[in-house]
Design a protein around this ligand. Structure first.
Ligand code: 4AD
Ligand code: MG
Length: 472
């Protein structure tokens, strides 16, 4: 007796095998001739397997004829070639064990389609739907590709801390981690809460990015990446922002911005190529049910060259576009989603890498361009930043070459009112054996959105955390 997944049992190679399968019933249909068809799914694939249960099974009347959507069962039987349309195999049940009922009066996932908003309220049941099963299989495949890509390229996976004292992005969007009793906090002489007496002996937070710590390891082990949850206490209720999201961040010693752009492009192509090869059934589903442009968008990313455009040139394109943007375009602004999407979806119609952004809108760690730099868009007003913009999503990757010159780094920290002492170890990386280096961060959920076409980022992660929402 082989224990197979539904996906395995659906393959023609399994025909003739005596198997055991377990999962959840999707539908039951009774034939007048005294037997029943059951559709079984266990999450291993989008497609179900059809079980044929004969009327002479001992529990046919007492159990099988009462099975409904959501009931859990184990079936034993032989895989046979199916005469039915759209399926290679079916199982003729020799026995069926019921594990749990799901009262059709109460079980919410009945045949009728539910909105994604509604399904978010049932985050404990939504993985049993076709759409969420597909999202999770694709998300898993993306994660595997991420590790495969970096491991094959000789990167080391470094586990950077989740609790930290440093604000990498300098945006003050951190969640505090504290065990102080809010009703009775210790106070210092000025009457402020005294975090020196908190759990870690100082103010500490959930990390917004593992980059600064990844730089420590890159400047010793050369090629590293971090991959884990990151947190942002920004109050943005958009379809592209989460308060808790997963980010993968490679950091490479001796790379400059050009190397960084090339790495990002190869990396995204690899992920998409793997998903296309291994998740075709799920991608067909997204194409048909979620977004008709999905397959074309993936093919395009996998095969075409990304367009590289300096921020300065992009501003000119936007100014000359004749579009009415909600946020007016002028050199120096932080690009909004509407600008990014215009560039990648309408103007260039391909993934775009924007580079060399104004220094005033970017974090302290990005390398400042020299005045005499002849590269397009590069002058002392700009930093060696890059954002990758993808059709349908906008910014999917943000990164830069890092400032490796101690004096310039310190000048930038002063410019941004940062406390230099707080970053003493980061500055020492420039004092001792400094090297050019570069890296970037890919938001996993934005990548899942890009690949699946899911419109809302809350549906690209199992348990979304957004302002006002931390259920489950
Ligand atoms: O552009 P960001 O803020 O860059 C960094 O954090 C750098 N330290 C990365 C690095 O160079 N190592 O974030 C990187 C990516 C964005 O491009 C976006 O895909 C994603 O992280 N991201 C978010 N995803 C979901 N919800 C949010 N609130 C996000 N903020 C950023
Ligand atoms: Mg960014």
């Amino acid at each position: 007796m082989n224990q197979l997944t539904v996906n395995q049992a659906r393959q023609p190679e399994s025909i003739g095998q005596q198997v055991q399968l377990s999962g959840w019933i999707r539908t039951r249909r009774d034939s007048k001739a005294g037997f029943s068809f059951l559709e079984l799914n266990d999450g291993s694939s989008l497609g179900n397997i059809q079980i044929i249960a004969d009327g002479d099974l001992p529990n046919y009347e007492s159990e099988i004829k009462r099975l409904s959507a959501g009931c859990s069962v184990t079936v034993e039987g032989v895989v046979q070639e199916s005469g039915g349309k759209g399926q290679a195999t079916e199982i003729h049940a020799a026995s069926l064990t019921r594990h749990g009922w799901a009262d059709p009066e109460k079980y919410p996932l009945q045949k009728k389609r539910h909105s994604f908003e509604k399904l978010r309220e049932w985050a404990h049941l939504r993985p049993r739907t076709n759409a969420f099963g597909a999202v999770m299989r694709v998300r898993n495949r993306i994660c595997r590709s991420i590790h495969d890509f970096f491991q094959e390229e000789g990167f080391l996976w470094v586990h950077t801390p989740i609790i930290t004292a440093s604000d990498c992005e300098g945006a003050g969007e951190m969640f505090r981690v504290s065990t102080i009793d809010p009703a009775n906090p210790p106070r210092n002489k000025q009457g402020d809460i005294d975090y020196a007496r908190d759990f870690f002996g100082r103010a500490s937070y959930l990390t917004v990015s593992g980059q600064l710590e990844a730089e420590i390891y890159a400047t010793a082990l050369s090629k590293v990446y971090t991959f884990g949850p990151t947190f942002r206490a920004e109050n943005s209720n958009t379809s592209r922002h989460l308060a808790e999201f997963w980010m993968v961040e490679p950091e490479v010693a001796f790379n400059d911005l050009e190397d960084n752009m090339a790495l990002a492009e190869r990396f995204l192509k690899r992920i998409v190529t793997d998903v296309l090869a291994d998740c075709s059934e799920d991608i067909d589903f997204f194409q048909e049910r979620i977004d008709k442009t999905t397959a074309g968008r993936l093919q395009q990313l996998a095969t075409s060259d990304f367009q590289r455009v300096s921020y300065t040139d992009a501003i000119e394109v936007l100014e000359k576009s004749g579009q009415e943007f909600e946020h007016p375009v002028v050199w120096g602004i932080d690009l909004q989603s509407e600008h990014e999407r215009f560039l990648t979806e309408q103007h260039y119609q391909t993934p775009v890498i924007l580079h060399d952004y104004p220094r005033g809108i970017k974090p302290f760690y990005m390398k400042v361009n020299d005045d005499n730099d002849s590269r397009p868009g590069a002058d002392r007003r700009t930093v060696r930043a890059m954002d990758v913009l993808a059709p349908g999503v906008g910014e999917i990757i943000g990164g830069s070459e890092r400032e490796s010159r101690l004096e310039v780094l310190e000048e930038r920290m002063r410019e941004q009112d940062l406390d230099l002492d707080e970053y003493w170890w980061y500055r020492e990386l420039r004092e001792f054996g400094t090297v050019p280096h570069a890296g970037f961060g890919l938001g996993l959920e934005r990548m899942v959105q890009f690949v699946t076409g899911m419109a809302n980022i809350r549906d690209a992660i199992p348990f979304p955390r957004t302002p006002g929402n931390a259920d489950f």
